[in-house]
Design a protein around this ligand. Structure first.
Ligand SMILES: [Fe+2]
Length: 129
């Protein structure tokens, strides 16, 4: 409902599938012009973000970091650490979630392990459609 601030705790366990770290599915908000705030409480990782227009950004998550995800930006958290990645999130009650777009197209960028470290690479499976 508009006027409310929905909030909760997100926990991403550590691990990898191939060279990709465990991550959330990622989503746009159904109402694109809505933002979200993440406060990293524990662990280490990254927030991968992009707009429908093709801009992208990757922001570090460490305990104490407060990240403001701008309106229009899809977001996915990636756990690159050895323990749980724990964040508190809050967003407008009318925002809604669009998981389908990312499920179909993927994110333009991936955070993967390269030589024992996290690296941002182009997603070879990213689809324009
Ligand atoms: Fe969100």
């Amino acid at each position: 409902m508009a006027g409310e601030v929905l909030h909760g705790i997100s926990i991403v366990h550590p691990g990898q599938v191939g060279d990709e770290y465990f991550m959330t599915k990622g989503h746009f908000h159904t109402v694109l012009e809505t933002a979200e705030v993440y406060h990293c409480l524990k662990g280490e990782g990254y927030m991968v973000m992009e707009t429908p227009e093709g801009e992208w950004a990757v922001a570090e998550l460490r305990p104490g970091v407060v990240l403001y995800v701008l309106p229009r930006w899809a977001h996915r958290s990636v756990n690159t650490g050895a323990g749980d990645l724990v964040t508190l999130f809050a967003y407008p009650g009318h925002a809604g979630h669009d998981y389908g777009t990312i499920e179909q197209k993927g994110f333009r960028k991936l955070v993967v392990e390269r030589d024992g470290r996290a690296a941002v690479v182009d997603n070879p499976r990213w689809s324009r459609n």
